[in-house]
Design a protein around this ligand. Sequence first.
Ligand code: FMN
Length: 174
Amino acid sequence: MDMFEAVKARQSVRAYQAKEIEPDKLQAILAAVNQAPSAGDLQAYEVYLVRDGETKRALAKAALGQDFIAQAPMALVFAANPARATARYGSRGEQLYCVQDATVAVAYAQLAATALGLATCWVGAFEDEEVTRIMKLPAGQRPVAILPVGYAAETPRRTPRRALTDIVHEHPGR
Ligand SMILES: Cc1cc2nc3c(=O)[nH]c(=O)nc-3n(C[C@H](O)[C@H](O)[C@H](O)COP(=O)(O)O)c2cc1C
């Protein structure tokens, strides 16, 4: 699957088969994450791998009852790690770059998973404090996304997109 096919094939999947993820596929996803760009090469984020059922259920509860998180064989929790970016970039690193680093890492994970025939759903609606507690995140780290990963058990409907002419604004020049 080339890049454009993966971009087109990726959809948010909210029902998963019980089937486990092959270790080589998991490694390929994590390797893709590690290729994501980051501000100043600081990679100011952490990735936490959750396979334990009880922890997944706790995450699902913290994510306002999004139970499909627990249905997937694995969830990746992406956390911004401001400490890695702040030393060099100050408040811009603390407020912005670490969140952007984590965000682009999630996008890479989603596309890599899709290219391998797996499905994901970006979950951003959760109680920060609860996820921080469940994941035992070190002080300062901030959860950015929970990403269940697994084999799809549904074919989701296609979601709408804005017209490019609505999104893209050509600068008239000076
Ligand atoms: C920042 C962000 C937060 C999101 N949070 C959730 C969420 O909490 N639960 C959920 O089911 N989907 C969530 N989504 C997925 C979006 O609903 C989905 O990407 C959008 O509807 C487009 O559908 P598609 O991913 O199938 O193309 C989130 C996506 C993003 C980028």
